[in-house]
Design a protein around this ligand. Sequence first.
Ligand SMILES: C[S@@+](CC[C@H](N)C(=O)[O-])C[C@H]1O[C@@H](n2cnc3c(N)ncnc32)[C@H](O)[C@@H]1O
Length: 195
Amino acid sequence: MVRRWRRAARAITAILTDQKDRQVLGSLAEIGAYQGKTFIGMALAARPQESVLGVDIFPGSMLQDLTAQLKALLPTEEPANVRLVKTDSTKIPTLDWIRLLGAPVRFAHIDGDHTRDAVLSDMILVSSHLAEEAVVVIDDYLHDWFPDVTEGVIDGLENSKNLRPVAVIPRSGPLMKGGTKLVCATPKAWKGAGT
Ligand SMILES: C[S@@+](CC[C@H](N)C(=O)[O-])C[C@H]1O[C@@H](n2cnc3c(N)ncnc32)[C@H](O)[C@@H]1O
């Protein structure tokens, strides 16, 4: 369990660090913030002038719990603009998404509703407001239990011409603990990465 989490966390940290080293600026967003496993790392990686948006339907007390965790974990001198929004991502109009984010997205993690239509919708939404050098990571690509996600990703790439698949972060634990992540990037990010 820990190993899989660490691999994905290490890969996402490497992406965020590379962007920081290359002074890529923008907002950060996650669809499906859940209990914050990925979102908290994103919030910690954001620079003071960057906003971080987490969207989730947040059932039960999840929103309050994550808000409390963020307050406890984020250093008070780190004035990252962190915002959690309780809503169905597939119902967010593009203009509202752009308003919520402010600056175009430099990094997004898509991990919300796992149906084909929702993944397609989330990819179109995220790709509507991307920084020139943006990276979008999609969870559970090629997951045996969620073939709809893979179908949504393939259709999403067809409908998000500014994104191309560039890498995978392989699953390293049992299926129950999650799947492979697909890393997509804008052409400029792909060419600039690691330089
Ligand atoms: C697999 S969990 C996300 C895990 C999280 N990204 C992480 O790294 O730990 C999926 C999340 O998507 C949320 N979700 C499901 N359908 C959604 C929708 N239509 N809009 C927004 N969030 C949704 C669920 O409430 C759940 O918290």
